[in-house]
Design a protein around this ligand. Sequence first.
Ligand code: TRP
Length: 612
Amino acid sequence: MAENNREQWKTQLGFILAAMGSAIGLGNIWRFPYTVYANGGFAFLVPYLVALFVVGIPLLIVEFGLGHHMKASAPLAFKRVDKRFGWVGWWAVTFVMFGIVIYYAVVISWCVDYFFLSFTKGWGNDPVNYFNNDFLKLVPPPAGGQQFTFGPVVWKIFFALILVWGANWIITVKGIQKGIEKAVKIFMPLLLGVITLLVIWSVTFKGAGQGLSYYLNPFEADWSKLSDPDLWIGSMGQIFFTLSLGFGIMIAYASYLPQNVNVVKAAAITALGNSFFSIFAAIAVFSTIGFMAYSNNVSVRELKDTTVLQLKPESSEQAILRTKLDLSRYEMLRRGSSARSIKKVFRENNLSFARYQGAFNKIPLKLSGPGLIFKTYPLTLNKIPGGALFAILFFAALVIAGLSSSISIIEAFNSALSDQFNLSRTYSTSILCGLGFLGGIPFVTGSGLYLLDVVDHFLLQYGLVMVGILESIIVGWYFTSRKLRMHIDEAADMQISSRGEFIMRIILTVLLVMTWLVLAIGPNVNTIGSQVAMLAIIAALVLMWLSEHWFDYDIKLLIPALLMFILNGALVKEINTAYSGYNVSFVMVGVMWIFVTLLVAFIFNFLSRKKS
Ligand code: TRP
């Protein structure tokens, strides 16, 4: 391709907003809070920040630096490092474009539907039942010896999916300046505004303080979690996903930068802005969780094991209870509350709970996975004055955040196609959006949720991590981190890439202690793979401590070793337990997805072998 007519960002702010738009997505508003909740509250922030500084920011610098230096999308950029590596770039963009974004767009579609439902609180009194049965029309899970069926297509989601892909198409078809840059310049400030409003509003909820203290008070955190390797693995996964690392996206976005830029600064702003956003937005979620705990008369910590009882609207006991209880108590049964507080009401009124038990629906509260925003959130907002408006804003924020992420992979693939085959933007965008939409159809059926669950698990746990390992090795050893560092310094016209030694040494010390703890606890480092990785991690930490160029050893040694340790742990766990208790054949769908996208990547690589 003629490089002098490569598209360019109009402004550097436009580039940073686009990179942040890609980074800030469903992962920040939804996945981050429940990961924090599940991992001991405030304590999670420690491994999260370590992952950010040790892996996140350095790899983002690598991706920005590589894209900027090579002026190319991921496949071509890797090919220019070494002819043998084009497939790595193709694999990254392929499994994100034909994997992650396919179901990601489906989740955005759920948010679109829930946005419209919010106006009338259309999920009704029993949002859990609504989400599973009326909305997703779930078929029984593919477990045991059951025959797998897709179930019917859910038209409501199908139509929302058309809207989502339509929006993706309209934005990306117009190109960098007129499409993406323009969109993110509207989306990002809007998103920040909406989230700020929600945060301010949510802290006024009753019980908000309790939720926030679980989130932000170090004295309430469960520090013992820090010795659990799953916590460290989880935080690494979160950083990868949230910064769009290993997606090939940041490489493509940086390839549209002008000659002289400071990519270290850009990476730091993007990464810190993204984490700030997560931490800030989570205030709204934790305040709501606090209210939930308060209104169910349980502690925040107990919430995830809480079952809410809700009076069945059609039960015959309903009328009897209405005459025996005062209005506010009766309302509480009707809207649902924890078993504990319901039983208390019965006791106070000298009624036998056992007699009425059958008249209640039992709703286990879900604070992880889709349950948090599609079940527990509506359940809670039903009890908050103005809850409908809160829901409208919340789901709008999710849609905006999701779209600014999904367009980024379409652009990354577009850019790969135009670098390697002379395709017009209109043509390639239309094909990609069409295929993305078609690929989404199995996910809008009654088994969509299960399918989403396995595919997400395998692509995130294996795909992203493997690309991360390959990327750091290719750049670290073949291109060499030294050369990358020199390029970065030259483009910024400053000596910046070897700074930060002091902060780094503090972090490294923490890490050495942590590594020692993991070793001391023992049983988790019991395979050859994990032992080798652990040795490499220690060697890397020591080298980084001693050298003034911590960056080089980070890329060459620490990142690949850490990721291999994680990969090893994930594999061992995989072999020992069937994922989520699903059928083996169903789990194989996820495994196949990895191999098929790899095969497709090789085909693309073969077809484009002549271009360089
Ligand atoms: N970083 C996004 C998030 O946190 C995820 C994401 C970025 C993404 N780009 C993407 C997902 C492209 C799918 C496709 O949610």
